[in-house]
Design a protein around this ligand. Structure first.
Ligand code: GLU
Length: 473
């Protein structure tokens, strides 16, 4: 028998900015689908109408696309509204009715206050809070009367009274649960909106999702969802719960750690491939140490390598992948990434040469601006080491440069002949006089990029400084 192709999905609630932890979950699901030649779907869980926003949904879609993820079906594909839960009330209604008809769901008239008192009592008695079943005991006719009189009611799922259940979690292995401890839970809120547990499970089943990877914060939902799907005679996906993403201090990644929102990384100029390589290695062991593109990451993805423990986000790792991604960009993409960033500083005709020359020294766009400033901006401020090289050194360097242009080796030879200075004692003051920085692009590159008059001026200035300092001429 042919195996069912893998179908995964990402099912975000658009209630705020997309968080790195959620993006990691999206990526894992995408990689799993790709690794198995399957499909990845995008479903928007926007049933919480007060908190959700249209703008947040569009931002979310843009951020997933920015990372390079794509989906075969989702909310932005044509007119089809079935990928947004807010448009699926009728579908849910059908399943509510089925559950009520089979006696697996009942209206609950308990007020918030009563439920709160009950929770408090249970907690102080050291019990896990759960619904006490009050409304399950109402007769059908009484429930109907109260509903007909317009009394507000939620709908609860009647958890079957039976022995321990078990499922095999894709990440954590066998997981046992006790139905009697769950308590009957709400599947439709008093205001008529569907509860997350319900529509999330129903939609996974109706869209043929085979695998669900999600954060361990959903672990407690899984038994409830399995029971629900069983009652509805719908097939359940295989669930896998990954460890949460935490900051370096071990607490869940949040604003405090910086960079928790994908938009922040994007605005700071991080490249999607750097983010993907970082996330794909967070709580997922990946032996390959080189920068991988998305199809390669998928080829290396395996459920067996997903970790149960919390995954620690280290900004240093992100920096590492960012460096590799920045250095690997082909010219056209480099231009797309940095062109606008340096536009006001670098003459248009020089831009391609400039970007190529500094690429190895750029990690973030701010670095490109820094080098644009060094090369096309103000001269560096006077430096002790520049002075110490002596006027003769700059005279020799300048005349060698006039003769040999950007050929550093020829300049070095000429300067050695004229002054006896070579090696580090040649490179360091020269670099400092030209750029004000002891490190940077190769000397040939700098000499080729710096405008001729700038080289004349900065080497001439080295000479003058030395004269002023030592009286030498
Ligand atoms: N909307 C849920 C969330 O954003 C989806 C959970 C799931 O993946 O099943 O947490």
């Amino acid at each position: 028998m042919a195996e069912t192709p893998i179908r995964t999905r990402f099912a975000p609630s658009p209630t705020g900015r997309l968080h790195l932890g959620n993006l990691r979950v999206a990526l894992f699901n995408w990689l799993l689908a790709r690794a198995g030649g399957g499909e990845f779907l995008l479903r928007i869980e926007d049933t919480d109408r007060e908190r959700g926003s249209e703008a947040a949904m569009h931002a979310l879609v843009a951020e997933l696309r920015w990372l390079g993820l794509d989906w075969t079906q989702g909310p932005d594909q044509g007119e089809d509204s079935s990928w947004r839960q807010s448009a699926r009330d009728q579908v849910y209604q059908h399943y509510y009715e089925a559950l009520v008809a089979s006696g697996r769901a009942y209206p609950c008239f308990c007020s918030e206050q009563r439920l709160a008192r009950m929770r408090k009592r249970q907690l102080s008695a050291g019990e896990a809070p759960r619904y006490d079943g009050t409304c399950a005991a109402l007769s059908l006719s009484e429930a109907r009367e109260r509903l007909a009189a317009g009394e507000p009611a939620a709908l609860r799922f009647a958890v079957p009274d039976r022995d321990a259940g078990v499922w095999t979690d894709l990440v954590r292995g066998e997981q046992h649960y006790q139905p009697s401890l769950l308590g009957d839970f709400v599947i439709r809120r008093t205001d008529g909106t569907p509860a997350f547990l319900f529509c999330n499970a129903v939609d996974d089943a109706l869209t043929g999702v085979t695998h669900v990877l999600r954060g361990e914060d959903h672990l407690a939902n899984t038994p409830r969802q399995l029971l629900l799907l069983e009652a509805l005679e719908l097939s359940a996906p295989d669930y896998g719960h990954t460890g949460l993403l935490v900051g370096e201090d071990g607490t869940p990644l949040s604003k405090r750690h910086g960079h928790a929102a994908v938009a922040d990384l994007r605005e700071a100029g991080y490249l999607p491939l750097a983010v993907a390589n970082t996330l794909a290695r967070l709580g997922h062991t990946l032996e390959a140490e080189s920068l991988l593109d998305l199809p390669e990451l998928a080829a290396h993805f395996s459920l067996q390598r997903l970790g149960r423990g919390p995954a620690r986000f280290d900004p240093g790792h992100l920096g590492h992948w960012q460096r590799l991604a920045a250095h690997a960009l082909p010219p056209q993409q480099l231009q797309q990434w940095l062109g606008a960033v340096v536009q006001d500083m670098v003459p248009a005709a020089e831009q391609a040469r400039f970007l190529d020359g500094i690429q190895a020294n750029v990690v973030l766009p701010a670095d490109a601006r820094y080098w644009a400033g060094v090369i096309y901006g103000d001269d560096p401020s006077p430096d002790e080491e520049v002075r110490a090289a002596g006027a003769g050194f700059y005279r020799a360097a300048l005349s060698a440069w006039r003769e040999h242009g950007a050929d550093t080796r020829a300049i070095a030879e000429a300067v050695r002949e004229a002054t006896g200075v070579g090696g580090r004692a040649f490179f360091r003051p020269l670099r400092l006089a030209l750029t004000g920085n002891a490190e940077g692009p190769a000397m040939d590159t700098l000499l080729a990029l710096l405008p001729a008059e700038t080289i004349e001026r900065r080497l001439g200035r080295g000479e003058q400084l030395s004269v002023t300092a030592t009286g030498e001429n």
